[in-house]
Design a binder for this molecule. Structure first.
Ligand code: 4NP
Length: 145
């Protein structure tokens, strides 16, 4: 799960997918394309909305996406079109490029809709992105199962 800062959207996406796939042998992780927040806890508003749904983000710390992630993971979900373009620019071959997807395309195929960046918005933004990510993660789990 990849966003810009790895403190708002992608930690929540990681938490939701990890929560829904506890019964599967999956490695779920998240990262930011930028390095501004490396080592920080998720944003308190992401922690709060996750807690409301019994999802614990407390073990997460922000990190920056690295090229090694293309080897480590089968699917790389971008939260928005900027993250997607950044990831594509880091990929060095078709195998890597083919791993990168827009997460909301799971629920709206080919739409290339972005999960809005809630960083500068109010608390409602976090409820909205939770709802979107939860739907997308349900689809991801269905596909895997
Ligand atoms: P995220 O949100 O990409 O969902 O983690 C942001 C967090 C921090 C900043 C931007 C977006 N920032 O500019 O510091």
């Amino acid at each position: 799960m990849v966003c810009l800062g790895n403190i708002c959207r992608s930690p929540l996406a990681e938490g939701i997918l990890a929560h829904k796939t506890k019964h599967l042998n999956l490695k779920v992780d998240s990262a930011g394309t930028a390095g501004y927040h490396i080592g920080k806890f998720p944003d308190s508003r992401s922690i709060e909305i996750a807690n409301k749904y019994n999802i614990d983000l407390s073990n997460q710390r922000a990190r920056q996406f690295s090229r090694a992630d293309f080897d480590e993971f089968d699917i790389i979900y971008a939260m928005d079109t900027n993250n997607y373009a950044h990831l594509i620019s880091l990929a060095s071959n078709d195998e890597e490029r083919n791993k990168i997807r827009m997460i909301l395309n799971e629920i709206n195929p080919n739409s290339c809709d972005s999960v809005p960046d809630p960083y500068y918005g109010g608390a409602n933004g976090f409820q909205d992105i939770y709802t979107m990510l939860e739907k997308a993660c349900n689809k991801i789990v269905q596909n895997i199962e």
